[in-house]
Design a protein around this ligand. Structure first.
Ligand SMILES: NC(=O)C1=CN([C@@H]2O[C@H](COP(=O)(O)OP(=O)(O)OC[C@H]3O[C@@H](n4cnc5c(N)ncnc54)[C@H](OP(=O)(O)O)[C@@H]3O)[C@@H](O)[C@H]2O)[C@@H](O)CC1
Ligand SMILES: Nc1ncnc2c1ncn2[C@@H]1O[C@H](COP(=O)(O)OP(=O)(O)OP(=O)(O)O)[C@@H](O)[C@H]1O
Ligand SMILES: [Mg+2]
Length: 327
């Protein structure tokens, strides 16, 4: 068990805190973060119209991968977004549509003017989730670079996952200093980003310190490092999520997380720091999405054991969300 030192800069004060790598937040911390997530969840109201609780875009889906963008998009809907658009390669579109009539699917990502095609939709969207099932084809990645540029120009929150992180590792300047970006790397993706941005050895005994450092090096972009416990930082603070999950590691759980975070990032930024006790709203959203994903995992595992799949976890989103975040 290692020991990690983390600097917390909160409300203008700089605190030095040292904790065991596998230490859990205290129950009081957990309750506090749960309450902060509750503060950002929009209240149900008969006065609202369709779209007000979230119009989210998912950029991903190619010939090989159709499950990942579907998981991200349907999770965003199940968490509470009103409309979700998927921007994918032509061949992936009929497949994704056939999984769900609830998704709006645009088969445009491999067209020559993909960035302009997506840009037309941006005024109607509240956030983008970029990367699930995108693949690593140069044409698609080039278009996604363009989509990131136009999204930044509009100040749109972007959650970047999977092959979107591959692109960022090739071109960190794409998101350098963009504080409405959240990166959600798994173990391998984190190492790749570290190599591209820090270019030095990683202190394997200080996971929290490494997340903090990567976020700072990217200009305070929020980084969520997924793993046995999830560690997330905005370059000032590190939050830990060790909500009980399960030992089941089927593919797609990260897609559930990034899709949920797409909605919660929008809610959090709308609520603002006054509703998140001056903790960065995106950090609160990230903690909420990680906690939700792990709770879905636990609930699905209780029912299905080793046969648990991401679809079983998605079935649990409603119950898990109510249990955690609805009063
Ligand atoms: N149903 C679908 O359509 C799904 C599609 N998906 C889509 O697939 C695309 C590629 O995403 P990715 O995550 O497989 O790519 P990448 O990071 O290169 O990993 C490659 C290799 O790294 C390793 N490895 C991974 N984790 C590790 C760990 N914790 N600790 C240690 N090693 C670890 C492991 O290799 P191993 O060493 O086991 O051979 C793994 O095979 C992307 O578009 C994504 O969205 C997924 O979303 C799933 C559902
Ligand atoms: N060892 C672990 N123990 C418990 N939970 C874990 C573990 N590793 C990952 N998780 C959880 O699984 C979820 C997805 O993380 P993971 O590292 O599997 O992402 P990923 O590799 O991007 O997934 P995907 O297959 O969707 O691409 C996160 O909520 C994370 O907390
Ligand atoms: Mg992934």
């Amino acid at each position: 068990m290692g020991v990690g030192g983390v600097t917390l800069a909160a409300r203008g004060r700089v605190l030095q805190r040292t904790f065991s790598l596998y230490e859990t937040h205290s129950l009081k911390d957990m309750e506090h973060y749960v309450n902060l997530v509750r503060n950002i969840v929009p209240a149900p109201s008969a006065k609202k119209h369709k779209g007000q609780d979230g119009r989210i875009g998912v950029v991903g889906g190619c010939q090989e991968y159709t499950g990942a963008p579907y998981f991200a998009a349907i999770s965003a809907l199940k968490v509470g977004a009103d409309l979700v658009h998927v921007f994918c390669a032509r061949e992936a579109a009929p497949v994704i549509k056939s999984y769900s009539p609830e998704l709006i699917v645009h088969p445009i990502l491999d067209s020559r003017d993909a960035a302009q095609e997506v840009e037309k939709w941006l005024p109607r969207l509240h956030s983008l989730v970029v990367g699930p099932g995108l693949g690593r084809d140069d044409l698609l990645l080039n278009s996604v670079g363009g989509i990131l540029e136009v999204s930044k120009a509009r100040g749109l929150p972007v959650v970047i996952d999977a092959d979107g992180l591959w692109l960022v590792a090739q071109q960190p300047t794409l998101i350098q200093g963009y504080q409405k970006a959240v990166l959600t790397p798994n173990h391998i993706e984190f190492s790749r980003l570290w190599e591209a941005v820090i270019k030095g050895p990683m202190d394997t005994k200080d996971d929290s310190g490494c997340v903090l450092r990567l976020s700072q090096a990217l200009g305070n972009v929020t980084v969520v490092r997924k793993g046995e416990q999830d560690l997330m930082s905005d370059g000032q603070q590190v939050l830990v999520c060790n909500q009980k999950g399960s030992s089941r590691r089927c593919g797609g759980q990260g897609d559930l997380l990034s899709g949920s975070l797409g909605v919660m990032a929008h809610w959090a930024l709308l609520a603002g720091p006054e509703r998140t006790d001056s903790i960065s709203p995106l950090l609160v959203a990230a903690w909420g999405a990680c906690t939700l994903t792990r709770e879905c995992n636990q609930q699905a595992f209780q029912k299905h054991g080793r046969s648990t799949t991401t679809s079983d976890m998605i079935t649990e989103v409603g119950a898990a969300f109510s249990k955690l975040f609805e009063t």
